[in-house]
Write a protein that binds this ligand. Sequence first.
Ligand SMILES: Cc1ncc(COP(=O)(O)O)c(C=O)c1O
Length: 345
Amino acid sequence: MTRDNPIRLNLNECPYPPPRPVIDRVREAASLVNRYDSADLSESLMNLLSGYVGVEPEYIRLLPGSESFMLYSALYFRKLGLHVVSPSPTFEPALIDFELAGVPVIRVPLSEGFLLNEELTLKFANKSSVLYVSNPNNPTGNLIINENFLKEALEKFKYVIVDEAYFEFSSVTFRDWINSHDNLMILRTLSKAFAIAGARLGYVLGQHQTLHEVLSKKREFDIPITSIAAGIGALESLKVIREYVNNIIRIREKTVGLLKRIHGVKVRNSVTNFILVGINGIQGNELYANLVKHGVVVKPLTHEKLREYVRVTVGTEEEMNYFIGAIKEISGSYSRTNNMMARVK
Ligand SMILES: Cc1ncc(COP(=O)(O)O)c(C=O)c1O
């Protein structure tokens, strides 16, 4: 079982093409790129986004990819002498961004079942610390904060950043809390559900004054006109995007169900567009290398709690059928080898 073109299941991208309006809008915007920005396009995008998110434009700041928020905010946090606290494993690039900008990070291990260790996390809470939580958490795929915890965290931490990169798949958001909590910021992206990862477009929700302060180091004109246009096209295509999301959720559930039936395979439930998959007796990096041989690229995980797994983005139905076939072959060949070894012993 091999393929000419590898299947890309490693970056949690949308497997479907950008909807037609994205391409049309980017084409139209190409004729404007002699300018740094277009006030008209930015206003259109903000209006569409405000309608989609359900908050006034003053609560939204656009970002050149949501990850850029870590670096920009870190420059401000460093000035204030703050440090970051985060459950771990999580979206590690975010934590590395903070550290790169000179902000120390305290990683609080997730407890059994990949749940947030609330007690330990709150022990690190004070007015010099910022909590970063990916909810749902990447790479574990589960929701890790609840209302009670968030309420206490908002009282005790200086700032709380909730990264809702996978909101469209989980349907769980703390968006409504930004009205009443001036130290809460919520990160979102158009890289996952909206099928425009290459446009690098994200946004943060929060109170105007908070965003103004925390993003005081943000550079002007950091989002290309063509990316703004791509965002407009994506938000004009909500019907298609909702179909994409529903499809991905359906394929995810089907894939999880089929994988659970394969002897020796372990898979975790997820409320995102990715799943953790492992094969008993094999380390994740070995499974990763085996899948590459089959023409499937997934994400190997180095965190000690996740060494038995790889993270697999939910692709198209055809891609996932191929992936399941590869997993069957790999697990079959390992159990044959183990049986032979047992007989030799
Ligand atoms: C939790 C989380 N936050 C942020 C990002 C980055 O998104 P963007 O493409 O908007 O920078 C990712 C991408 O994988 C992610 O998983």
